[in-house]
Design a protein around this ligand. Structure first.
Ligand SMILES: C[S@@+](CC[C@H](N)C(=O)[O-])C[C@H]1O[C@@H](n2cnc3c(N)ncnc32)[C@H](O)[C@@H]1O
Ligand code: SF4
Ligand code: SF4
Length: 388
């Protein structure tokens, strides 16, 4: 008989972070932040190209250097296309400050291991002191008592621990240079330390990327998670780096067989566990991503500096409105409407198939396929209505 987890995983959930975002909206909300949230969501629904709403989630990357070499991560593959560096505490504060009136949460990670940056604790404490919730994703390999105590004392709210396996063998195929026993032990010590200090935080989530070589270990992982007493184990679909060429060979090697975690059709292969999602792209309305060097990427999927939409150092006054409505952002939003926007520039979003673009913006061959699909959907709906 199949266990609950196996049944649930027959389709790996595509988006399961709603609870975390909901908590941040309640805990860090102010009238101004909620009004901005409502405005932003309305503008997204209306597919506005120029927006008045501000991003309410921020990514500030403290460090894009890493101790591991995960084979599908641009940092692990040494193909980041950006200088590897650390963000200073001064930059972190300066980049965060203009967002503070609108922000519910800041993600203190992007393309590296944030614990390598010794300023990470001060960064987290600073964001918390400004009523911004903090999240961090870590491989937790280098974490000593100093790091574990530091995270708790800084007031980190949500820690995602990346462990894709349930024993040393299944773990190390992806987390190259990692140490399974050590990470599990670190996570268990963090739970103990947190409870010893009254159990306020962080919320500890084990994140398990389901891949071909570890799909048979999900139940074993769930058992370990229960024994340690962490708050949640979350299984997510594997994605391929945005810019790799040999996609089908990589998909063959890494995609699970037993579980379906992807929307995959002839026109829309999986990209980071997502493809052909309902438009418009939510990153272009909700979140801003600032890299260690101050470069602004359109989302946390794109990484090379040549794809940047702007740079924080071009805006010493920290004018978010100017950045958020620059020609790159507006050009990208314009892909999702039938309205023409004069002066539209090509951006990395032109090649992205994660969100369904407006049919008028698709290349001729894809446009025909989409139109035919839409016609077919209409016929099916009409048939089912007629059959009621
Ligand atoms: C690039 S990592 C940086 C943070 C940290 N080094 C870590 O691994 O948790 C950001 C997130 O991407 C996840 N990730 C890495 N490779 C992935 C893949 N192939 N598919 C989906 N998520 C992936 C990581 O587990 C982590 O949660
Ligand atoms: S641990 Fe995180 S940043 Fe480092 S290589 Fe793996 S996925 Fe990339
Ligand atoms: S359209 Fe694609 S590349 Fe552009 S911001 Fe959205 S997810 Fe990223």
């Amino acid at each position: 008989m199949q266990s609950n987890i196996t049944k649930m995983l027959q389709t790996i959930p595509q988006y399961t972070r709603m609870g975390r975002h909901g908590r941040a909206v309640l805990e860090h909300g102010t009238i101004r932040k909620w009004a901005n949230l409502a405005l932003t969501e309305a503008e997204r629904k209306l597919r506005r190209i120029k927006v008045s709403g501000k991003p309410y989630i921020l990514f500030l990357d403290p460090c894009n250097v890493c101790n591991l070499r995960c084979p599908l991560c641009p940092t692990g593959m040494k193909d980041l296309g950006r200088k590897q560096s650390m963000m200073s505490l001064e930059c972190f504060k300066r980049y965060l400050d203009p967002h503070v009136p609108y922000l519910f949460e800041v993600n203190c990670h992007n393309w590296g291991e944030s614990l390598i940056n010794e300023n990470i604790f001060d960064m987290i404490a600073y964001a918390q002191s400004r009523n911004v919730g903090t999240n961090m994703s870590s491989n937790l390999v280098i974490a000593s008592d100093h790091h574990l105590d530091g995270l708790i004392d800084a007031g980190l709210e949500h820690l995602t621990v990346s462990i894709d396996g349930a024993d040393a063998e299944s773990y190390r195929k992806y987390r190259v240079r990692g140490d399974f026993d050590r990470v599990i032990n670190n996570m268990a010590r963090l739970v103990e330390k947190r409870e010893a200090r009254g159990g306020r935080g962080p919320y500890i989530e084990w994140q398990y990327i389901v891949m071909r070589h570890n799909e048979d270990k999900v139940e074993q992982a769930e058992k370990i998670a229960k024994e340690i007493g962490i708050d949640r184990i979350r299984f997510i679909p594997v994605g391929l780096p945005y810019e790799v060429k040999n996609r089908s060979a990589l998909a063959e090697e890494w995609f699970p067989r037993k579980f379906k975690g992807r929307t995959e059709t002839e026109e829309t292969p999986q990209t980071f566990g997502q493809a052909d999602r309902p438009a418009p792209c939510y990153y272009l309305y909700r979140s801003m991503v600032v890299n260690t060097d101050g470069g602004i990427s359109p989302c946390c999927i794109v990484y090379k500096d040549k794809r940047d939409f702007d740079h924080m150092e071009n805006h010493p006054d920290g004018n978010i409105e100017q950045i958020w409505n620059n020609e790159m952002y507006q050009s990208a939003r314009a892909l999702y409407t039938s309205k023409e926007w004069v002066g539209r520039k090509r951006t990395v979003c032109d090649h992205c198939d994660i969100f369904q673009r407006h049919t008028s913006k698709l290349p001729e061959n894809m446009r025909k396929v989409k139109m035919a699909q839409k016609e077919q959907e209409k016929t099916v709906t009409a048939d089912s209505v007629a059959g009621q």
